[in-house]
Write a protein of this length. Structure first.
Length: 117
């Protein structure tokens, strides 16, 4: 059985942008599970960049909404970040039932295919 206790940040060494994204998503969606990964290091960007993120989120706010509607909600919540430094955002957004069916696992991100890396 998957534990749906509110997700606590695993690492205290979070980046500033990761902290902003975490705060906004927690405030907007009250997720039962949230994992945000800075995947910038997998791309051809300077070391320490905060440009590519993967978000795995389970929220009751997604019940009855199609995938495109869920994505729009997240894009709206993160509009400021997407308009500034965030270049790519991989979204894996689930209802509780979908997350249970996925056995608490989201797909791995594909390897970077651009930028010479």
């Amino acid at each position: 059985m998957i534990n749906f206790e509110h997700y606590q940040e695993k690492s205290m060494a979070s980046t500033i942008m990761k902290q902003r994204i975490t705060h906004k998503l927690n405030s907007h969606f009250f997720p039962v599970y949230l994992d945000i990964m800075n995947e910038s290091g997998n791309h051809n960007v300077p070391a320490g960049s905060e440009t590519h993120f993967k978000v795995i989120m389970v929220s009751d706010d997604f019940d009855g909404k199609r995938l495109v509607q869920r994505h729009r909600l997240v894009y709206d919540a993160l509009a400021e970040e997407l308009a500034s430094t965030v270049h790519a955002l991989a979204l894996h957004l689930y209802t509780r039932a979908e997350w249970q069916q996925a056995q608490g696992k989201a797909p791995d991100s594909p390897a970077c295919r651009g930028g010479g890396k």
